[in-house]
Design a protein around this ligand. Structure first.
Ligand code: N7H
Length: 476
């Protein structure tokens, strides 16, 4: 019964979504009552886990009968910022100070760059994210046509083009899965969305019906008010909601590729050395195979094996905790989920697990961009992740792990592991971005990463309520 109340946050990767529109909106302060009425009309359209399950079953049946056509699937979700909650008069203490303050207030702490050369801090963001954003409507689907229809319907429900409009658009961003063979791969070329936590008792609904070999985690790490949620005294309407951290992340793909070309791992043909460097920066090969299991060359069979590709703990080298033979300590996947690096020292990693639901945006790299090594068109990742506590989830991973040169700890073999090369940030001095361990033959040598290849251009913290909270608290 409790599944039916959940919004769709747990399943999205399981939907054969091809495109998503993120509609960031402001509620008209003088039309809040109308907003509630309009929201009540939207609620029946919000996708529940039960619907997704039915859709996935139908797809499986279609496949069996040789019909590989996608259903005309779409999913709708809605989430609110603190400013949105305040405007709606929902003032109970929700128990998340980071959410309450908003991402703009957190930008400096996250390591985002200062646009002002001196004086007060102002992040170098897209101006839309400097405005007040009250909420986010997320529409996913199998095609632009399906999603546009849903967006038109939503615009109609909120009377967006009429006199009684209750919201207006601050910015809307379209994300698209990459074409052909690159489907599921982010813009640097690496398969993404492989390692996701599975919640106790909800395995049936996980995005990977084949089941990865990973232990489940407490529901309360993702869902507010469930066992494992460390915050007590949450308002009752917050039960089964989840906090959504959104980041508008641009990726400098030609620049990243030029760096790999310029710094191949020595002792092998240059192209292979560059590919190995890329895999060692990320922690996985482009196919998804983890370097801890496939240290020397890509293993696409392993990358495609949903049972095996997540079955590792950075212990493959006879549990030698001081070697980077297989994987640098600062590799992106190791920084963001260090597994045995902490667990084997009695420090649990479960509280930091997040469910990632991102999608790519922007065009493929053009021939001109590839040749010049310079980005000309914006592209990147609409990063979205869910957690029951932002200070333990996204914010913790970004500030205490990715940006922290001394993480992971207990690595006496190196001076400092260094920055996460993919997302590690130092406010205004990129020259400090270095990491050790990229070259297996000289593990104490620091590599200068200099430029950032992932550039944050905005974002916000949201709360995604359960369907019953939307009905009982938000829409009335
Ligand atoms: Fe990351 N990338 O292409 O390099 N990420 N990530 N990420 N990330 C992962 O294991 C990438 C970002 C996590 O459990 C993979 O599923 C890029 C942020 C976590 O082993 C790849 C961007 C944060 C994991 C990438 C980006 C994280 C993870 C391997 C930005 C949180 C799971 C696929 C543009 C603060 C680690 C996989 C685990 C995996 C990339 C952003 C966190 C390929 C390009 C902002 C927790």
């Amino acid at each position: 019964i409790f599944f039916l109340k959940l919004p769709y946050l747990l399943h999205l990767a399981g939907l054969p979504k091809k495109t998503q529109t993120y509609l960031f909106f402001q509620i008209h302060a003088n039309n809040v009552d109308a907003f509630r009425t309009h929201l009540a009309q939207l609620v029946p359209h919000i996708t529940t886990i039960a619907q997704v399950k039915a859709d996935l079953d139908q797809i499986a049946k279609n496949k069996q009968s040789g019909d590989n056509q996608l259903l005309k699937l779409s999913g709708i979700n809605i989430a609110f910022s603190q400013k949105g909650l305040t405007l709606l008069g929902i003032t109970d203490a929700i128990g998340d100070d980071v959410f309450k303050a908003g991402m703009l207030a957190d930008a400096k702490n996250l390591g985002d760059k200062n646009k002002n050369s001196s004086g007060t801090f102002a992040p170098d963001w897209d101006p839309a994210f400097l405005e007040d954003i009250h909420g986010l409507i997320l529409v996913s689907g199998d095609s632009h046509t399906t999603v546009s229809k849903q967006i038109n319907h939503i615009e109609h429900l909120f009377r967006m083009n009429g006199k009684n409009a209750s919201i207006h658009k601050v910015i809307s961003i379209v994300g698209d899965v990459r074409p052909g063979e690159e489907k599921g791969h982010e813009h640097f070329g690496f398969l993404d969305g492989i390692s996701q936590p599975t919640l106790d008792g909800l395995t049936e609904f996980e995005p990977f019906p084949n089941g990865e070999k990973v232990p489940t985690i407490a529901q309360g790490v993702t869902l507010v008010g469930r066992p494992g949620d460390k915050v007590t005294n949450r308002p009752s309407w917050a039960l089964d909601g989840s906090f959504l951290s959104f980041r508008y992340l641009f990726q400098l793909v030609p620049e990243f590729n030029s760096f790999l070309q310029a710094n191949p791992i020595p002792g092998m043909p240059a192209a292979e050395g560059s590919e190995l460097l890329g895999a060692r920066l990320v922690g996985r090969w482009k196919s998804g195979a983890p370097v801890d299991l496939a240290p020397l060359k890509d293993n696409p069979t392993l990358g495609a094996d949903t049972q095996e590709r997540n079955d590792f703990r950075y212990t493959a080298d006879n549990n030698d905790q001081q070697t980077q033979d297989r994987c640098p300590f600062a590799a992106h996947t190791r920084k963001t989920n260090p597994r045995a690096d902490l667990e084997d020292h009695g420090i649990p990693t479960d509280p930091q697990r997040i469910i990632r639901r991102g999608i790519q945006f922007g065009p493929e790299v053009s021939a001109g961009e590839a040749a010049s090594g310079k980005t000309a068109q914006g592209r990147g990742l609409l990063f979205a992740c869910y957690q029951s506590n932002i200070a333990n989830g996204f914010q913790f991973i970004q500030t205490k792990w990715a940006n922290n040169v001394n993480f992971p700890p207990f690595k006496t073999a190196v001076a400092a592991p260094g920055f996460d090369p993919i997302i590690g940030q130092e406010n205004n001095d990129n020259s400090l971005r270095t990491m050790e361990g990229t070259n297996p033959a000289s593990q104490g040598t620091a590599l200068s990463l200099s430029a950032e290849w992932v550039v944050p251009k905005g974002g916000e913290y949201f709360f995604s309520p359960s369907i019953s909270a939307l009905k009982g608290t938000f829409a009335t």
